[in-house]
Design a protein. Structure first.
Length: 101
């Protein structure tokens, strides 16, 4: 049985793991579907689930900072440092090219 991220997140198909995720022996119990089928989850799948959980818990942006920038734009106080933008763009491209090699 293949397990996708939706199943791991419990939004579809339901993944039932009771308690703190471990049995008295210290091992994680075998997860089951809502219909009672036992499933096996690879370590990579567990890591991906943990990563997805941590990503969704982190805020995507700083709303206060966004409001400050909007206000500065409205008041004409917002300036763009084109040198800094260019430097960061070049650094980003260099990083992407390095990762491709």
């Amino acid at each position: 049985m293949k397990i996708n991220l939706e199943t791991l997140q419990g939004t579809k198909g339901g993944l039932n793991v009771a308690g703190n995720g471990k049995t008295a022996s210290g091992k994680a119990p075998e997860p089951t579907t809502q219909s009672g089928e036992k499933i096996q989850i690879s370590e990579l799948s567990r890591q991906l689930h943990a990563l997805a959980s941590s990503v969704t818990a982190a805020p995507d942006f700083d709303a206060k900072r966004v409001d400050e920038i909007k206000q500065a734009i409205r008041e004409g106080r917002f300036t763009v440092n084109s040198d800094a933008v260019a430097d960061k763009l070049v650094a980003s491209v260099q990083e992407l090219l390095t990762k491709q090699k």
